[in-house]
Write a protein that binds this ligand. Structure first.
Ligand code: AMZ
Length: 283
C-alpha cells in the first residue's frame, strides 16, 4: 500500500541525467514551450487487446466486451495511416492476470507503425518494462504496481527516465487497480501529486466509470489531476464527440497534453482526422 509506514524508494540521490530530464519536464510544462512552437495536443487512439483481438470493454468489465477487429496490428496501422502521432495499447488480459499476455502482438504493432507506441496492462516488474522496451515500445504504462509496490515502480522510473507513464485509474476520485476490479482507499489527486515528483513521461488519468460509455470526459477531475502534477497529463475515458476533444484542449493551460479515444472511433462517431483537427482548433 502506498504511503503510511512502508519503506519508500530512496529518491534523495537521483542520477544527474535524471535531474536534467526532470528539469526539462518542469520547463516543458511550466512554459508550455512545445505548445508555443506549434506542438498540438495529442489525440491518441486506443487499441485494447483481449484474447488476441481488438476490443472495447464497457467500464472495463471483462464480461462486457465488444470485438471490433480480429487483428490489432491492422488497427494500429490504420490509426497510424490516419495521422496518429502515438498509439495507446492495453493488454487487457495482462491487466487482469498481472503480467503481459499479448507480448508477441505488441511487438508486431511496435514494429509495424512509424509512431511511438505506449503500452500498459500487467506491467508489474522491471523485467516486464525491459521486455516491452526491447520489443520496440516507446513508453510503458504502470498502474497497479504504483499502489502495490512503489519501490518497484520507482526503480523502473529511475532505470528508464522519461519512458514510464503513470497510469492512474479512478472511479469518482478513488484509485482502482488490478483490471479496475479493486478499489483502493486512496485519492486519485493524492497519487498524481506523489508520482509527479518522479521523472515519468506523463500521467494518464482514466475515469473508469466513463470508459467505454460514450458519456463525455471527466473534466473537473482531469483538471485537478493536472493542477497537482508537475508532468503532462493525458485524459482518458468517455470521449464521445469532437466537443469532448475541444473540452480537453481547453485544459491545455493546466498541463493536459493529450486525450485517448477508443469507442468513439470504433463506433465511427467521428474520424481520427476530424479529432486531430479539433485538437488544433484554438479559441
Ligand atoms: O479496462 C480495464 N479493465 C483495464 C484497463 N484498460 N484495466 C486496466 N487497464 C489499463 C489501465 C492502464 O493503462 O488504464 O491497464 C493499464 C494498467 O495496468 P496495470 O496492470 O499496471 O494496473
Amino acid at each position: 500500500m502506498l504511503g503510511f509506514g512502508v519503506p519508500q524508494y530512496n529518491v534523495s540521490t537521483p542520477p544527474f541525467s535524471t535531474l536534467v530530464y526532470w528539469a526539462c519536464c518542469m520547463f516543458y510544462k511550466d512554459t508550455n514551450v512545445l505548445w508555443l512552437v506549434g506542438d498540438v495536443m495529442l489525440v491518441i487512439p486506443a487499441v485494447d487487446i483481449k484474447d488476441g483481438k481488438c476490443v472495447r470493454l464497457f467500464k472495463g468489465r471483462k464480461e462486457d466486451v465488444t470485438v471490433y477487429y480480429e487483428n490489432p496490428v491492422d488497427v494500429a496501422k490504420l490509426w497510424a495511416d490516419s495521422g496518429a502521432k502515438r498509439i495507446h495499447v492495453v493488454d487487457l488480459d495482462g491487466a487482469f492476470e498481472g503480467l503481459p499476455v499479448n507480448l508477441r502482438i505488441i511487438e508486431r504493432i511496435a514494429s509495424s507503425v512509424p509512431v511511438p507506441v505506449e503500452v500498459g496492462g500487467g506491467v508489474r516488474s522491471l523485467e516486464t518494462v525491459r521486455a516491452l522496451l526491447d520489443a520496440g515500445v516507446s513508453y510503458v504504462i504502470m498502474g497497479t504496481v504504483i499502489v502495490e509496490d512503489y519501490d518497484t515502480f520507482c526503480e523502473a522510473v529511475y532505470s528508464y527516465p522519461g519512458k514510464v507513464i503513470a497510469g492512474i485509474d479512478g472511479a469518482k476520485g478513488q484509485v482502482v487497480v488490478r483490471g479496475w476490479e479493486k478499489q483502493e482507499p486512496l485519492k486519485v489527486v493524492d497519487l498524481a501529486r506523489k508520482v509527479s515528483e518522479l521523472p515519468i513521461e506523463s500521467i494518464i488519468f482514466t475515469e473508469v466509470t466513463k470508459d467505454g460509455t460514450l458519456s463525455g470526459i471527466e473534466r473537473r477531475l482531469t483538471r485537478e489531476v493536472a493542477e497537482v502534477s508537475n508532468v503532462p497529463v493525458i485524459a482518458s475515458g468517455g470521449v464521445a464527440t469532437l466537443e469532448d476533444i475541444r473540452a480537453v484542449k481547453a485544459l491545455e493551460p493546466f498541463g493536459v497534453k493529450g486525450v485517448i479515444v477508443g469507442k468513439a472511433l470504433y463506433e465511427k462517431r467521428f474520424t481520427l482526422e476530424e479529432a486531430l483537427r479539433a485538437a488544433q482548433d484554438v479559441g
